[in-house]
Design a protein around this ligand. Structure first.
Ligand SMILES: Cc1cc2nc3c(=O)[nH]c(=O)nc-3n(C[C@H](O)[C@H](O)[C@H](O)COP(=O)(O)O)c2cc1C
Length: 457
């Protein structure tokens, strides 16, 4: 069986995916404003040989529940939320191998400025940065940026496709390899003949620019994506190198992964050219009984209104008017399609009431919760991974950092003993470590095509 990979799932906020758990006496989430928490976490994740941390982000309040932001404010449902990119240089300074997959919504960015921010981070981290490409799902973010509402669901992916073309030109095409000379004797920093102005002219974007940053170790950061709708899947199949999936059971995730691998083939890429990470939470302890006690203790801190507030944003449904025993039914809207599918038609064998879904997502979000002794959790997660054909897990936390400390000290050694987990990091950039290849994107990925056509500019 192939080795499993771990990512940590975190966010620069007091309540990421476990509403109410910030009140737990051992939880450090309220320290999210301080750099010390992030340095401790980065060192912990690296001690556990995690491939990286995936930093989530949203740009508006979860104001679907009750039709306003009051519940999100009171229950800290991903609010306040600080900028995730600014955490990265600090965490990079205390680690050598940990990768940083950071979420930025292209719906509210200009490729020119975003390309520079990522290039700067890729330089400062020595090639350890990745971009989780999202298009956002909250109307509140669109209103904050001056629009009435967000673009329609599928339309967002059309704009995203165009954005990617523009940003690849900046990262891959503007500066030729070897353009930077830094020749002190000749006083020549870079060769003007090898730095090109690129142009982009589409209904969405007009740009005439040279990239402000010189090529970083990876040029294009490692590309992560998480959309599972047909439009999201087609986008992922073209651009993603890693895909995050999230759903409560193998019945939901297995066909989703199969569809992604088929879509990769349709896009001319190998079915295993993308690493798939499934959201999951592991609650473990030296014995099974202790682990179940731990989960019961955690559950006593769950905040149901906080959970419904998050679910409202993910599914685009105001659950404040629902009875807890009411069944969730599929509707089309402009929020996340996969989030809606998870609790409706993705598993025809399972009906979810509002209360059941809220209870489920309150410990680490929509993924499964594995509970038991270290060896039980190691076995059940490995079996889950084999059944769904994923490459690893995107580990959410219940209590911060305890959930991660348990994973590092209890789960990882069990996997290592079974040959299911690395015992040291591979060399190279984040892309090199993940794929055992070079630092730069290679054909048939579309970004590589922009680099190779440099002579034609
Ligand atoms: C594990 C996971 C994490 C995600 N994190 C974010 C995030 O931090 N910010 C965001 O705006 N969207 C995030 N999303 C949402 C996706 O980017 C996407 O918008 C969503 O899955 C809906 O896309 P779809 O309708 O194509 O499935 C995440 C999705 C998953 C599955």
């Amino acid at each position: 069986m192939k080795q499993l990979r771990l990512n940590a799932f975190a966010m620069n906020t007091p309540v990421h995916q476990s509403p109410g758990l910030w009140r737990h006496p051992r939880d450090r989430s309220v320290e999210f404003n301080t750099i010390g928490l992030w340095l401790d976490l980065a060192k912990l994740w690296e001690r556990g040989l995690f491939d990286g941390v995936f930093l989530a982000d949203v740009l508006g309040p979860y104001d679907v529940y009750g039709g306003n932001a009051r519940a999100a404010i009171a229950h800290a449902a991903q609010l306040p939320t600080n900028d995730p990119l600014l955490l990265i240089p600090a965490m990079a300074a205390v680690t050598q191998n940990l990768g940083f997959g950071v979420t930025v919504s292209l719906s509210y960015e200009n490729p020119y400025q975003l390309a520079r921010r990522f290039s700067t981070l890729d330089h400062l981290t020595g090639g350890r940065v990745g971009w989780n490409i999202v298009t956002s799902y909250l109307d509140s973010a669109a209103r904050a940026m001056g629009a009435d509402r967000q673009r329609g669901h599928d339309d967002r992916y059309v704009v995203a496709e165009d954005f990617m073309t523009a940003i690849y030109k900046l990262w891959e095409q503007s500066w030729e390899d070897g353009a930077v000379l830094a020749d002190k004797a000749r006083g020549l920093y870079a060769d003007p003949d090898r730095v090109h102005v690129i142009r982009h002219d589409s209904p969405y974007l007009q740009m005439e620019a040279l990239h402000l940053a010189e090529p970083s170790p990876q040029r294009t950061p490692v590309l992560y994506q998480a959309g599972s709708s047909p439009a999201g899947l087609a986008f992922a199949a073209r651009h993603a190198e890693c895909v995050f999936v999230s759903g409560p059971s193998t019945a939901v995730i297995k066909p989703r992964v199969a569809r992604l691998r088929q879509a990769l083939v349709a896009a001319g890429r190998a079915p295993d050219s993308v690493k798939v990470f499934a959201l999951a939470t592991a609650i473990t302890a030296p014995t099974e009984a202790e682990a179940h006690d731990k989960l019961a203790d955690y559950r006593s801190y769950v905040d149901p209104v906080g959970a419904l507030t998050l679910m409202g944003g993910w599914l685009g449904v105001d659950f404040s008017g629902y009875a807890l025993d009411q069944k969730i039914r599929y509707i089309d809207n402009d929020a996340g399609r996969a989030a809606m599918e998870n609790f409706t038609r993705a598993d025809p064998g399972r009906d979810w009431t509002v209360g059941q879904a809220a209870e489920h997502v309150a410990i680490g979000g929509a993924g499964p919760v594995f509970v038991g002794s270290a060896s039980q959790v190691a076995e059940s997660m490995a079996a889950w991974a084999a059944e769904t054909d994923i490459d690893g897990f995107n580990l959410a936390y219940a209590v911060l950092p305890e959930s991660f400390t348990d994973a590092v000290d209890l789960l990882v050694p069990e996997w290592q003993a079974r040959g299911l987990y690395k015992t040291e990091y591979a060399q190279g950039t984040l892309r090199g470590k993940l794929f055992g290849q070079g630092a730069r994107l290679a054909a048939p990925h579309p970004a590589a095509g922009f680099r190779m056509s440099q002579s034609a500019i």
